[in-house]
Design a protein around this ligand. Structure first.
Ligand code: NAD
Length: 504
């Protein structure tokens, strides 16, 4: 099929030292409208020299920025908060156009990103250290946290505004300078954000963008002036980024993929559980790292729950994100859509029951990368649809006999991003929270993305590194501690003492 090229195709460039910069690499990628299957932009890919120029701009801006008073840095975050708030709709339009998500969902993404700017407004308080007076006679000890220098962020296609905001707000507020490498599939929002960051009064060079692919990422990973890397994306890439980055002496937090299970106990409210499974399974066409992809139905709850889910699926309106009546948009690329559809086929071949087949959705007949919501029953561990991260609107139901069987399945899974339990029994929910080996847990909450004053992160193959993203752990990630031991004695009392210092 010939690819349609829309009018007003946008050229997306780097952002270095406060201005757009054209690439000389000669390499670029197409930005697509997933709802139409048409080209809407062209994004220039950085070469090594261009990454070096962005890092050099960030390095040059660091000394002055880290010396800028805390309240001034906080002031820029307050202004950025106000600007993002004012431009919510503009940002959401870009997100919806390039990613395909519905406008309502895109507005939700902006709101969750904005929370992180709000959190960073409190940076003077967040960077308060500790002080111990009279640790020894006339000696005081205090701890401070200082920025790292140039830090980089590499972000995925599914949250083109929120994930950059998770990173950049705290990184910059802490006094670092930042180089962002957005997903080449959805680069538009990053440039819009860069303009807002500039308008907010953040000095040129503090925030920079290199557009591109693996070439840019590889250079960031080896660049001697990049002190830390925050990554969000798929698990194989996250693992590689963590291994290479740490080998090169960098601090790395690399968030990976997921396979999130929702456990439904026999006492759960069926309608509430079905609402939650459908919302969390098919929202954003399943392209959320916190999407529910497996429902573990315990005992007799399975049949009524599946019926309730099926009834709700029948009402979901699949269509372009900019159509207000659409509830679920397209997937990100045609290849990804076909890959996701392939899991329905493989599930059938491996003995699962295809209860709802999204390949039959009317939207499949358009040029957009649509796939209707699909429901698989009688799924078993070992089937491809269970073991792989599908990242699409395919919900698998695994029937289990006991709570213990279900928890074992979750804990045996290599991923550990999010999970949820649906029950009316507080004791069972508390036990689940205690037992489950997953970083983010929902109790009757299907998408437990922590608010910005907690931190976001999975366990096992969903996060490589020691610190979770944003919130208090984000501040810790973007700063390093320094402990100062100080005394102001009368010089007359000074003498040589070769003994090891101890409390007197
Ligand atoms: P991806 O791993 O393909 O790409 C992420 C980023 O890495 C992009 O900027 C991309 O350009 C870059 N990249 C891709 N391949 C690379 C390579 N070989 N070397 C260096 N850089 C490379 O991920 P995606 O498809 O953009 O996003 C979807 C994935 O992200 C899913 O697996 C999803 O679960 C995960 N995700 C995780 C979280 C989380 O918080 N854990 C949040 C959002 C998305």
């Amino acid at each position: 099929m010939a690819t349609v090229i829309a009018e007003n195709v946008q050229q997306v460039q780097h952002w270095i030292a406060g201005s757009s910069v054209a690439s000389k690499s000669g390499r670029s990628g197409k930005v697509m409208d997933p709802a139409m299957g048409s080209v809407i932009g062209n994004v220039e890919f950085a070469n090594v020299d261009e990454v070096d120029a962005a890092v050099a701009a960030a390095k040059a801006a660091f000394a002055e920025w880290r010396a800028t008073p805390l309240s001034r840095r906080a002031e820029t975050m307050f202004k950025l908060r106000s600007l993002v708030d004012t431009h919510r709709n503009d940002i959401a339009q870009i997100l919806s156009r390039e990613n395909g998500k519905t406008l309502a969902d895109a507005l939700g993404e902006v709101a969750r990103g904005l929370e992180n700017v709000e959190f960073a407004c409190g940076i003077p308080n967040l960077l308060k250290g500790g002080y111990s007076e009279q640790s020894s006679r006339g000696v005081d000890v205090y701890q401070i946290r200082q920025p790292l220098g140039v830090v980089a962020g590499i972000t995925p296609f599914n949250f083109p505004a929120m994930v950059p905001l998770w990173m950049l707000a705290n990184a910059i507020a802490c006094g670092n300078t930042f180089v962002l490498k957005p997903s080449e599939k959805v680069p538009g929002a990053s440039v819009f954000l860069a303009q807002l960051v500039k308008q907010a009064g953040v000095p040129d060079g503090v925030f920079n963008i290199v557009q591109g692919d693996k070439v840019a990422v590889d250079r960031l990973l080896e660049h001697p002036d990049v002190r830390a890397i925050s990554f969000v994306g798929s698990t194989p890439v996250a693992r590689a980024i963590y291994e290479t980055g740490t080998r090169n002496g960098k601090r790395v937090q690399a968030l990976g993929g997921a396979k999130n299970h929702m456990l439904v106990l026999p006492d759960a409210d069926i309608n509430m559980a079905a609402d939650a499974a459908v919302s969390a399974g098919y929202g954003a066409a399943g392209e959320r790292c916190m999407a529910i992809s497996v429902v573990l139905a315990v005992g007799a709850v399975a049949d009524p729950l599946i019926d309730a889910i099926r009834t709700r699926i029948a009402k979901i309106k699949v269509g372009p994100g900019n159509d207000a009546s659409s509830e679920m948009g397209p997937l990100i690329t045609r290849e990804h859509r076909d890959r996701v559809a392939g899991y329905i086929e493989s599930a059938q071949a491996e003995g699962a029951t295809v209860t709802v087949d999204g390949r039959k959705d009317a939207a499949m007949k358009t040029d957009g990368y649509f796939l209707g919501p699909s429901l698989l029953d009688n799924v078993k561990p070992g089937m491809r649809c269970y073991t792989d991260e599908i990242f699409g609107p395919v919900l698998s139901v695994v029937r289990v006999n006991t709570y213990a069987e279900a928890v074992k399945m979750i804990n045996d899974n290599p991923y550990g991003n999010g999970t949820a339990i649906f029950t009316q029994n507080g004791g069972a929910a508390r036990q689940f929270q205690f037992d489950v080996e997953v970083g983010m847990v929902g109790v009757n909450v299907p998408i437990p993305v922590p608010v910005s004053y907690y931190s976001f992160g999975g366990w096992k193959s969903s996060l490589f590194g020691d610190l979770h993203m944003y919130g208090p752990e984000g501040v810790q990630f973007y700063t390093r501690g320094k402990v100062v031991t100080s005394r102001w004695p009368d010089p007359g009392s000074s003498k040589v003492d070769l003994g090891f210092p101890q409390v007197r």
